[in-house]
Design a protein. Structure first.
Ligand SMILES: *[C@@H]1O[C@H](CO)[C@@H](O)[C@H](O)[C@H]1NC(C)=O
Length: 390
């Protein structure tokens, strides 16, 4: 009796702390019956519908901005990889080369994420497509090393690229591993999309096998864990590296958690260290269940903007891409079922509620409307992810 009750108590403890990958039954249509060939053609048709907006002289699309256009290219490359085709390959190569020719290092805005170390385009005509995960965009894998806060700089309270005194710790936690949003000397922001985006370094670690990238990725993942994830396991936005002030608590955006999920998934794969897998799963569960960007039916409502474009419209596609990356890399069947279900909720919402032919509103809960470039962009990752998340 005695030992049995201990077993029961342990089992209950285990249950209480176990990660819950269960799919909420309140979600709207979390499965799919469309066959593979139909899913491929739905996704390609969505891509084809945005192509008339392409300005080949700039590799950008009318109606959306530069970084949003970069996201279109990553979907085209992913579409080929996942569908096992080369339908989009020549167009991706030609336009990435154009964008690199016009913007050194694919850097139009001098932000950390696009200012990245003089690499040639990854998709040169002689290189086969599909070797690498297609997002980050080529330059994004080369985060400027001078934008990262090292442990020594955190201790010294000085960063060579910055004109202000560095807070070595915030909330008692080291700022080492944080990545500045912009290289500008007086810009103090360290944020999730550059740091949680430990993936550039995780990807570099994976591609090169070089330990220095792994170590850098671990430092950034630690920074995110100790300083920029809230009590619900969702990524926050920004910490000020001078006075430790923070972005408002309500600044919880899909893409910050999406990039973190993607980064931790790769880091877990590269290191084989379970703690990153656990953290990734925690953020993934929080992002798919009970996140502020959706109601009980699970349909993402963030960035619903029928009449005008803004950056936030396309954040949700970055979350979907991160979830899909986790789905592809994970061997955890429960996690895969959760992502599959979440992607299908968005897929079915777009097809049932927001579609007008092969074009989609940025308001995924509908109603449909006439074509907008930003609405189309936001839908592309869902369509392409649904090819093999089913
Ligand atoms: C569908 O798109 C067309 C072309 O953009 C537009 O004229 C039409 O009003 C849209 N239909 C609905 C129901 O929004």
């Amino acid at each position: 009796m005695y030992s049995k009750s201990i077993v029961v108590a342990l089992a209950l403890c285990g249950y209480a702390t176990a990660q819950d990958f269960g799919v909420p039954l309140s979600w709207r249509k979390f499965s799919n019956t469309r066959p593979l060939n139909e899913r491929i053609s739905i996704a390609q048709a969505a891509i084809n519908a945005i192509l008339p907006q392409l300005n080949s002289a700039t590799a950008e699309f009318n109606g959306i901005g530069f970084w949003q256009s970069g996201n279109v290219w990553s979907v085209l490359a992913n579409q080929d990889r996942i569908a096992g085709s080369t339908v989009n390959q020549a167009r991706v190569i030609a336009n990435l080369n154009t964008a690199f020719r016009l913007n050194a290092n694919y850097d139009k805005f001098h932000s950390t994420t696009t200012r990245c170390g003089g690499q040639r385009p990854r998709y040169m005509p002689t290189e086969p497509m599909g070797i690498l995960p297609c997002y980050p965009m080529p330059c994004l894998v080369n985060l400027k090393r001078s934008s990262v806060i090292t442990p020594a700089q955190a201790s010294a309270g000085r960063h060579p690229a910055k004109s202000f005194t560095l807070a070595g710790t915030c909330d008692g936690k080291s700022m080492a591993g944080g990545v500045f949003w912009r290289p500008t000397a007086d810009d103090q922001g360290v944020n999730s999309v550059t740091t949680g985006y430990a993936p550039p370094r995780s990807f570099l670690a994976e591609i090169t096998g070089d330990q220095k990238y792994t170590n850098a990725a671990i430092q950034s993942a630690n920074w995110m864990r100790s300083l920029n994830i809230n009590s619900k396991n969702l990524a926050l936005d920004t910490v000020n590296a001078h006075d430790c002030s923070r972005s408002p608590d309500g600044w919880i955006f899909t893409y910050n958690s999406g990039k973190l999920i993607e980064g931790l998934g790769v880091l877990s794969h590269v290191t084989g260290d379970n703690q990153w897998d656990t953290l990734m799963a925690n953020v993934l569960i929080a992002s798919t269940k009970g996140a502020p960007w959706q109601g009980s039916n699970g349909v993402i409502t963030e960035g619903s903007s029928p009449n005008s474009n803004n950056d936030g419209v396309s954040f949700k596609s970055v979350l979907i891409r991160g979830l899909h990356e986790a789905f592809e890399r994970s061997s955890n069947n429960d996690l895969r079922i959760l992502v599959h279900s979440y992607v299908d909720v968005q897929y079915n919402a777009l097809l049932d509620l927001a579609a007008n032919g092969s074009t989609y509103s940025s308001r995924w809960a509908g109603p449909p409307q006439g074509f907008t470039t930003w609405g189309q962009l936001a839908a592309l990752d869902v369509m392409t992810s649904a090819i093999n998340a089913n």
